[in-house]
Design a protein around this ligand. Structure first.
Ligand code: SF4
Length: 414
């Protein structure tokens, strides 16, 4: 019998961690201020790391695991603070650290007694020999390279007995090999392999093309649309239509990319994947029947056009416009709700006005949860009519159905 995989969500800050827990994650991954690969996410200071672990472990009767990324390619100076940091992570109860550098792995092996070690996708594990080697060294899980087909993943899992595997199933992808890339360092001095990538692969470049000298007549066009040229911009991964194949490949964990995304993105993506996984394991016919709904939900987040990446062989991965597709805007998030007055306190994020129809996204009700309503009146904290609230302003709206904290509002894009 196939074991239900873990749904693993990104948590770039405490609000996103809460969102991930509420919207169905089984585990979250996050980073401290140093040693992780998303330096521009807010990330977690020492105190915040403890708060995050306590929150996730105590979440509403469901213990949610916390994995902390320590996956920079470390330089000599990084090892001064590292042992203390790792011991601190163990002390606060982090369930695993995610590492990619062998030196960091060896220090983690020495310092950690109870905290597990996961091997980051940055380590580029592409075969079962490497996977078994990591397991023999003491890794409990390997996050596989993104450049693997489902057949290769099945073969790795068929040969691996002492460790689990995890793979990205949704989110942005690098055009370079699992993030090994120097473009950002070269153009901006920001090192992608130390968590500071400026994403220059997605910038707009002057119209041009590349030709490999010996291939006469073969041009690699870099002229994409009227707005400019996008050198190596990757589409986004989406495997929600292939949950059965992923589950049958032996993966233990389905990972969502996106520590830099909004809480709304995390909520909507998790809602869709939570429903898809639960439906498939409860009733595969429901899963097949609801596929269009999962895709519709996912399609309401901003994305760069979806692809199945390398899962089905040669990728149709890159060279699209760098702009996002976005059919819905993140309008606001519910901060509180008064059951008597039926008024919700909303933190506004993007413009919406009286007369607009908004959709309310809730963590309950599976893929059919949530509802639409038309805004009839909005007031500000002083009780005055709020015609044009600014982002993050608190506004008050009468709701047609009950809502709770961390329900999200979205509005069809114009
Ligand atoms: S520049 Fe692009 S390809 Fe390179 S590491 Fe950054 S996101 Fe990945």
């Amino acid at each position: 019998m196939i074991k239900k995989p873990e749904l693993l969500a990104p948590a770039g800050d405490f609000e996103k961690l809460q969102t991930a827990c509420i919207y169905g994650a089984d585990a979250v991954y996050l980073s401290g201020k140093n040693f992780g690969l998303r330096a521009s996410a807010k990330n977690f200071g020492y105190e915040e790391l403890k708060k995050a672990v306590d929150y996730a472990h105590g979440f509403a009767g469901k213990r949610i695991n916390v994995y902390v990324t320590v996956n920079i390619f470390a330089h000599n100076s990084d090892f001064i603070e590292l042992p203390d940091y790792l011991r601190y992570l163990e002390e606060i109860g982090a369930d695993a650290v995610i590492v990619s550098d062998l030196g960091v792995f060896s220090v983690a092996q020495r310092e950690l007694k109870n905290t597990q070690i996961h091997i980051s996708t940055q380590a580029n594990t592409t075969n079962y020999v490497s996977a078994k080697f990591w397991a023999e060294l003491g890794a409990s899980r390997i996050v596989l390279a993104r450049e693997l087909s489902l057949g290769e993943i099945r073969e790795i899992n068929g040969n691996l007995t002492d460790a689990q595997t995890e793979a990205f199933v949704h989110g942005a992808m690098c055009m370079s090999y699992s993030g090994r890339c120097l473009i950002s360092n070269f153009l901006t001095g920001r090192d992608a392999n130390r968590g500071a990538c400026a994403q220059p692969c997605r910038w707009e470049y002057e119209p041009f093309y590349i030709k490999e000298t010996s291939r006469e007549g073969e041009f690699f066009p870099m002229y994409e649309d009227g707005r400019g040229t996008y050198l190596f911009n990757s589409k986004d991964l989406c495997m929600i239509s292939h949950i059965p194949e992923l589950a049958q490949s032996g993966l233990s964990s389905f990972k969502i990319e996106g520590r830099m995304k909004t809480p709304y993105y995390i909520a909507a993506t998790l809602k869709a994947y939570r429903a898809a996984i639960d439906d498939y394991f409860t009733c595969p016919e429901d899963y097949e029947r609801n596929k269009g709904k999962y895709l519709a939900e996912i399609g309401k987040t901003s994305n760069r056009v979806f692809t199945t990446g390398f899962y089905f062989g040669k990728p149709e991965q890159i060279y699209e416009s760098s702009s996002y597709e976005r059919s819905y805007d993140f309008a606001g998030v519910v901060r509180s709700y008064d059951e008597e007055t039926k008024i919700a306190e909303i933190e506004q994020r993007n413009k919406f006005s009286v007369g607009d129809t908004i959709e309310v996204l809730s963590p309950e009700g599976g893929i059919d949860g949530g509802f639409a309503q038309t805004i009839t009146e909005m007031r500000n904290e002083k009780g005055a009519v709020a015609d044009a609230p600014h982002p993050k302003e608190l506004i008050y709206i009468k709701m047609e159905k009950p809502v709770s904290e961390n329900y999200f509002l979205r509005k069809k894009s114009n």
